[in-house]
Ligand binder design. Structure first.
Ligand code: URA
Length: 239
C-alpha cells in the first residue's frame, strides 16, 4: 500500500506543492535511505524507506498529534473565512489536511489545546463517558468563598437548567481560582461562575488529565507528540 512516487509522498507529508517538491528533488534536497535521489518519479516504500527532505525526516505517520499553547484572539476551529484559527498557527512542517482542535476553547481563553487529524482520539478525549479532567486557572471579578466551593462540589445548575457534574474549585490567590471539570459544555466555566455571581476576566487551561502545558511553551507555539505520549500523560493522573 505504501509504494508511491517520491514527489507525491513528500508533497503529501509536507503539504508543499508537487512542483516545489519536484524542484527540490532535482536540486538534491531529498534522500532515500541516506542517498540523495534526484529522480522525481522514484518509487519508494513509505513503510520501510527512510526519506528526508531539506534535512527533515519525512517518515510516514498516519496521524499527527499537536499540543498548542493557544493564544488569545484565535478561533478554536480548523478554518474560518476571515478570522485566524488555531490550525492556521500550526507550523508548515507539521501541518496536514484535516487537522482540527480537540474540543474548543473560547476565543479569549488561552492554554493547553490538542490538535489532531485522528478523529477517534479526539472523540475519546472529549467524550463525557471518559470523564477526563480539564484544569483551568480563572481570574475573576471577585473572590471565591467556601459556599461556592461547596456549590461546585455538588454540581451547579446553569441558568438554562443544565446540571453540571461535580467540579473542584480551589482558591489560589486573590480573585484567582483553579477549577477542574470533567465535561466540556459551551462556555461552561464562565457560566458556572455566573451562577455564583462572578465574572471571568481571564481563563487559561493548564492541564488535560495529567498532561500539563509544558514550561517554556509560549502562547502560539506548538510541539508535536505521539499518540502514546499523549495517552500516557492524559491517563496518568486523571484527577
Ligand atoms: N469554559 C469556558 O467558559 N470557556 C472555555 O474556553 C473553556 C471552558
Amino acid at each position: 500500500m505504501k509504494k508511491q512516487r517520491l514527489d507525491k509522498f513528500i508533497a503529501n507529508q509536507t503539504l508543499l506543492s508537487r512542483s516545489i517538491v519536484r524542484t527540490g528533488i532535482l536540486r538534491g534536497n531529498a534522500t532515500v535511505n541516506g542517498e540523495v535521489v534526484r529522480s522525481i518519479g522514484e518509487i519508494i516504500d513509505a513503510d520501510s524507506d527512510v526519506i528526508t527532505y531539506e534535512g527533515s525526516d519525512i517518515g510516514f505517520k498516519e496521524y499527527v498529534y499537536i499540543l498548542m499553547n493557544k493564544p488569545k484572539g484565535v478561533l478554536s476551529a480548523a478554518t474560518d473565512k476571515s478570522r485566524e484559527t488555531v490550525v492556521d498557527l500550526v507550523p508548515s512542517h507539521i501541518k496536514r489536511p484535516n487537522l482540527a482542535p480537540v474540543g474548543r476553547l473560547d476565543k479569549d481563553t488561552t492554554g493547553l489545546l490538542l490538535i489532531t487529524d485522528d478523529g477517534v482520539f479526539a472523540h475519546n478525549c472529549i467524550s463525557p463517558k471518559k470523564a477526563i479532567s480539564k484544569s483551568y486557572i480563572a481570574t475573576l471579578d471577585g473572590d471565591i468563598n467556601d459556599d461556592m466551593i461547596f456549590a461546585f462540589e455538588q454540581g451547579v445548575v446553569l441558568a438554562d437548567g443544565t446540571k453540571c457534574r461535580p467540579a473542584k474549585l480551589e482558591r489560589i490567590g486573590e480573585n484567582v481560582a483553579r477549577i477542574i471539570i470533567t465535561e466540556g459544555k459551551y462556555h461552561q466555566i464562565k457560566r458556572m461562575f455566573g451562577t455564583v455571581g462572578l465574572g471571568v476576566n481571564d481563563l487559561r487551561r493548564e492541564a488535560i488529565g495529567g498532561l500539563h502545558l509544558p514550561d517554556g511553551l509560549n502562547e502560539g507555539e506548538c510541539i508535536e507528540m505521539t499518540k502514546e505520549q499523549l495517552e500516557i500523560a492524559i491517563l496518568n493522573k486523571n484527577e
